[in-house]
Design a binder for this molecule. Structure first.
Ligand code: PGA
Ligand code: ZN
Length: 421
């Protein structure tokens, strides 16, 4: 039985405030969880509650969300069992808004996730096992940021992420070693060319480049430098994050000094995918450009994984629309886009039913909480996207997966490339 809930304001990887929640049970069990925060957020995400007081953290403080946990939420949960659906329902009923703006999705998710941890502890199992129920588990393929642009890198490029998927790796730990080698090789290649090796918000490099093709050529060079084969060992993924350069009726590529229609942008991305081993494209179009998404998927969806992030915002209603309209063939899953664990699990389940692939994703502002590693294993998601391979907040997730891999030993199934369970 839950006897207490509380929260405090902690800092994320950008040094911005976020919420950490604590739960106490009558048997002495305690659990805590913290939540991340995005920069390139979608309009349809659940609302992160911030104080807006310019005197503290430039208005980004979360003392109001903390107070919601300490006050209303604690009062509502006291006496309840740490049962996920029941607790999440109670949170939703208490908030009573469509976008979770009253209590704050940051407050709600922190409590929801702490509930999952508490329940796992009571059952005496790791979080991934608890989330899997009795079902099978597997380790996800990492999709790793190597070069950054967009809102994570001062808009040096319009596309947000150039990522590597170590598609040829046979185990999770081998996949991780390959991408770490590749990330290092990219640093060497950039330095040799006199380009900046400074890192962006997620640990990818943010060099000033002439255009998007230049980033892809750098990827080819770095893969070769790492002793890996592009297209075999490593394939690429783009997070175009097109919402963030959509003007309302066209797509403005500042870095290339041109403006493209949805159709021309699709053509451009298709060309890039023909020139380089690009296997996955996320948010190639803006978050509400539904007809353009369906056209894009019809055109390129056979050979390409097409991932909706801002499009779906881990929202079941939006995913249902995307399934019906064949807007994409994969969904990015971010717990804090929707704000409870139950709703997150429902989105993953629906995606799998529909044959959509799932990519469990971190945010650009992260904490050291590794829960999304457990979520990926427990739901047998095919892929995990944590940003790059630097920074304690990112490594907390990769290292958690290494520990799970070891714990599973011979039973450590690895999704490989394209292997959603
Ligand atoms: P965000 O970026 O966390 O800043 O939203 C991640 C992404 O777009 O996938
Ligand atoms: Zn994205």
């Amino acid at each position: 039985t839950i006897t207490g809930a509380g929260a405090l304001e902690i800092l994320d990887s950008r040094g911005r405030p976020t919420v950490e929640a604590h739960l106490a049970l009558s048997d002495g069990t305690t659990a805590r969880a913290s939540v991340p925060s995005g920069a390139s957020t979608g309009r349809h995400e659940a609302v992160e509650r911030r104080d807006g007081d310019p005197a503290r953290y430039g208005g980004r403080g979360v003392l109001g969300a903390v107070e919601a946990v300490n006050g209303e939420i604690a009062a509502a949960l006291r006496g309840m069992e740490p049962q996920q659906r029941t607790v999440d329902q109670a949170l939703l009923a208490l908030d009573a808004t469509a976008d979770k703006s009253r209590l704050g999705a940051n407050a709600m998710l922190a409590v929801s996730l702490a509930t999952a941890r508490a329940a796992a502890k009571v059952a005496g199992v790791p979080l991934w096992r608890h989330l899997a129920g009795g079902g099978p588990v597997s380790l996800p393929m990492p999709m790793v940021n190597i070069v950054s642009g967009g809102l994570h890198a001062g808009r040096q490029l319009d596309f947000q992420d150039f990522l590597a998927i170590p598609a040829g790796a046979r185990t999770y730990s081998e996949a991780l070693e390959w991408v770490v080698r590749l990330h290092g090789a990219m640093g060497t290649v950039l330095a040799e060319r006199g380009l900046s090796t400074l890192k962006a918000d997620e640990g990818g490099y943010g060099p000033r480049l002439d255009d998007h093709r230049a980033a892809l050529r750098l990827m080819d060079d770095a893969v070769a430098r790492a002793g890996l084969r592009p297209g075999d060992d490593v394939v690429y993924a783009l997070d175009v994050a097109a919402t963030h350069f959509f003007t309302g009726d066209a797509y403005r590529l500042d870095s290339e000094g041109r403006t493209l229609s949805a159709d021309a942008l699709a053509q451009y991305i298709g060309d890039l995918a023909a020139e380089h081993p690009i296997a996955s494209v996320e948010d190639p179009l803006a978050e509400d450009d539904w007809p353009a998404w369906a056209a894009f998927t019809q055109r390129l969806g056979d050979g390409l994984q097409i991932v909706g992030d801002d499009l779906f915002t881990t929202n079941l209603a939006r995913l249902d629309r995307g399934i019906a309209e064949r807007s994409a063939n994969a969904v990015l899953v971010k717990m804090n886009q929707i704000g409870t664990i139950s709703e997150t699990l429902d989105v993953v389940a629906r995606a799998k039913e529909a044959g959509f692939r799932t990519v469990i994703s971190a945010r650009s502002g992260e904490t050291e909480d590794p829960a999304l590693a457990d979520l990926a294993v427990g739901t047998r998601s095919g892929q995990i996207k944590v940003g790059s391979v630097t920074g304690g907040e990112r490594l907390a997730k990769y290292n958690r997966l290494l520990r799970i891999e070891r714990e599973l030993g011979d039973r450590a199934a690895f999704a490989g490339w394209g292997g959603d369970g």
